[in-house]
Design a protein around this ligand. Structure first.
Ligand SMILES: NC(=O)c1ccc[n+]([C@@H]2O[C@H](COP(=O)([O-])OP(=O)(O)OC[C@H]3O[C@@H](n4cnc5c(N)ncnc54)[C@H](OP(=O)(O)O)[C@@H]3O)[C@@H](O)[C@H]2O)c1
Length: 276
């Protein structure tokens, strides 16, 4: 199979350089993805990753070079400031810049309302492990985005982890409930396992260390292994053994599966409500 053509990006505009925008910028710089980055951030100068000669910061869109025509503009502001922030960039969208938004719950139609009906738009849902390059982002494009635009959006989010595409934007609510909110479920698992370990007699620090390392190590094993999660589970479960005793509780009729199903359904419902 031939290698995909390398993505050539001249200028990337980043709108909002907080936790997620900063993580993206670090990933792009590490991978040398574009010739230069222009960042619009009210707190310009206070953020990390300001040290590269390839990055220029401005504190408001009024201070951008009016001739600036980035290949891609990445929207990484909070969803509630989009209505105020985006109309400034309408001329760029009209001139052909692709807009890639990571704002939770803001639909392609909502963005087109702010940037123009002809705007090429990609909506993405990343998650927090992106901050260490181990995120997963799900992307969805409108009809104005061509194959090159998809490639660019894909490359920008691949810099902070894995990428998957969906064609049906309605799936974004379930995506949000699984991978967007998912890191919180895993952190809760670490907390619960720690508490259970303490109740079983372990000192707090040791219980926390064991729980954290077990979740992290098992996650990495699941990531690199060709085996399914079920097969990996069975491989550590001997009949009549300790793991089996615990799984009999976790896999009971009212165990983890129905609990997680309810949790994901609740998050999906909330995501729909927030998108309005
Ligand atoms: N963090 C996550 O887990 C996660 C996961 C998936 C998606 N997202 C999405 O990522 C986006 C950013 O989240 P975040 O956690 O990185 O938030 P954040 O840390 O608050 O970052 C947002 C940044 O945008 C800046 N900003 C505000 N108004 C602006 C404007 N008009 N123009 C340019 N920059 C502006 C903010 O500056 P000030 O602080 O000075 O206001 C802040 O630095 C959100 O839409 C969120 O839904 C986040």
């Amino acid at each position: 199979m031939s290698e995909p053509a390398p993505i050539a990006l001249s200028t990337v505009l980043l709108i909002g350089c907080g936790r997620m925008g900063g993580a993206l910028l670090s990933g792009w710089l590490e991978r040398d993805l574009a010739d230069r980055y222009v960042v619009v951030e009210p707190a310009a100068g206070l953020r990390p990753a300001t040290v590269s000669p390839h990055v220029a910061f401005v504190d408001a869109p009024e201070h951008l070079d009016p001739k600036l025509k980035p290949d891609v503009a990445v929207i990484a502001v909070k969803p509630q400031v989009m209505a105020e922030a985006l109309p400034h960039y309408r001329p760029m969208a009209k001139a052909g810049t692709l807009f890639l938004s990571i704002a939770a719950g803001r639909t392609l139609v909502f963005m087109a309302g702010l940037l123009g009906a002809d705007a090429a738009l990609v909506r993405a849902m990343p998650n927090t492990p992106a901050s260490i390059g181990h995120g997963i982002s799900v992307l969805c494009a409108n009809a104005k985005v061509d194959a090159a635009g998809r490639g660019r959006a894909d490359a920008l989010l691949s810099a902070v982890g894995q990428v998957a595409w969906i064609e049906d934007e309605a799936l974004m609510d379930a995506v949000t409930a699984v991978s967007g909110s998912g890191p919180a479920y895993v952190f809760l698992l670490i907390e619960c396992l720690t508490k259970a370990g303490v109740e079983a007699g372990l000192p707090d620090a040791l219980a926390e260390k064991l729980a954290r390392a077990t979740v992290a190590g098992s996650g990495e094993l699941a990531r690199v292994s060709p085996q399914s999660a079920g097969a990996l589970r069975e491989a550590v479960t001997s009949p009549g053994g300790t793991t089996r005793a615990a799984l009999d509780v976790l896999m009971a009729k009212n165990g983890l599966e129905p609990l997680l199903r309810r949790a994901v359904l609740a998050a999906t419902k909330r995501s729909k409500e927030l998108a309005g």
